[in-house]
Design a protein around this ligand. Structure first.
Ligand code: FMN
Length: 325
């Protein structure tokens, strides 16, 4: 099975994953120009009442800047961009946002939480490719049955909402029946890990936390630095903060006066991904991150992060080839 032509121009087989609040047009444009897919959650583009629709403005800007880059660099075109739709009843903007993405002919759609046929039909009608993110094989079947073109397998160790399964087990089970586009999410922050994802049977990696510690990311400077300073044992898995299990930086929980090793369980009926999402005040600075952040040593421009991963990826391939030749 070959990947859709959309992925032909990637420098390394990697998608920069959507990050709530954090992904913005600057980050997406930098990722795409550097040669990996850049993405953002549609919900990140918010306007005050009566103002022009921010999602429309973001998409116009991303397309214009990438077109300009492609005209100036015909031999080094940008990777495609993606928009993430949170498919949950609390997302009251979903239909409007889908309409805007159809109008802009968004090339890659990433859907999370719910798989919906009408949304896949809308994306396909506009020439888009849809990847749905899942945390187990049952949801993977459901997503493909509903018409998604490919899957993002969110394994244990991912930042934000994460699965609990080993990536080895998850990819193995999906590849028993699915030979379409498949990207692996969870603790990928190094070029070596992208190659490992391919060795397991995925088409590439999906990385979020490594791009939080970039100059372009819309995140508090202390959050970026905490990622650069932390490793796998500084992460805690909890369902308290959104009702869904996810990985968070222990130090950010401690800073809010809570004990990360003794967190309560949450009530899932409180899940809310709407624009009006309200959290207790003390949760505003609970920061999500995956277990792979040991690879992140400092805060840099996103292009440097891609450059580092591309260098590591090439070195890992050579090392493996030399060992097995
Ligand atoms: C702070 C944060 C916010 C996130 N927000 C979203 C989101 O809005 N939509 C989504 O589909 N995934 C979201 N994710 C999950 C990522 O897209 C991705 O699965 C994850 O970052 C991959 O693991 P890694 O961080 O170890 O690379 C978020 C992750 C983090 C860390």
């Amino acid at each position: 099975m070959t990947l859709p032509a959309l992925f032909d121009n990637l420098r390394i087989p990697l998608i920069g994953s959507p990050l709530f609040i954090i992904s913005n047009p600057d980050l997406v444009i930098a990722q795409c120009k550097a040669g990996i897919v850049g993405s953002f959650p549609a919900l990140n583009a918010r306007e005050a009442e009566g103002e022009p629709i921010e999602l429309d403005r973001w998409l116009t800007r991303i397309k214009e800047e990438l077109d300009r880059h492609n005209q100036a660099n015909p031999d080094n075109p940008a990777a495609p961009y993606a928009v993430n739709q949170i498919v949950h009843k609390s997302n009251a903007r979903l239909e409007r946002d889908v309409e805007i993405c159809v109008k802009h002919e968004v090339p890659l759609w990433i859907t999370s939480l719910g798989a919906q046929e009408w949304l896949n039909d809308a994306a396909h009608g506009a020439g888009g490719v849809v990847l749905h993110d899942i945390i187990n094989n049952r949801f993977a079947h459901k997503a493909i049955e509903k018409g998604a073109d490919g899957l993002i397998a969110v394994a244990a160790g991912a930042g934000g909402h994460a699965g609990a399964l080993s990536p080895l087990a998850l990819i193995q089970e999906i590849r028993e029946w699915f030979n379409g586009p498949l990207f692996l999410s969870g603790a990928i922050a190094k070029g070596d890990s992208i190659l490992a994802a391919q060795a397991m049977g995925a088409d590439g990696g999906y990385a979020g936390s490594a791009f939080i510690a970039t100059q372009e990311a819309n995140a508090d400077a202390r959050y970026k630095q905490m990622i650069a300073d932390s490793g796998a044992s500084d992460i805690v898995y909890s369902d308290l903060f959104t009702g869904v299990w996810g990985n968070y930086l222990k130090a950010s929980i401690e800073a809010q006066g809570m004990d990360p090793n003794n967190l309560e369980r949450s009530d899932p009926s409180n899940m809310n991904f709407g624009a009006d999402r309200e959290k207790p005040k003390s949760w505003k600075e609970i920061w999500g991150a995956g277990q792979g952040i040991g690879a992140v040593k400092d805060v840099r421009p996103a292009a440097d992060v891609v450059e580092r991963m591309a260098t590591e990826y090439a070195a890992a391939r050579k090392r493996l080839f030399d060992q097995t030749a």
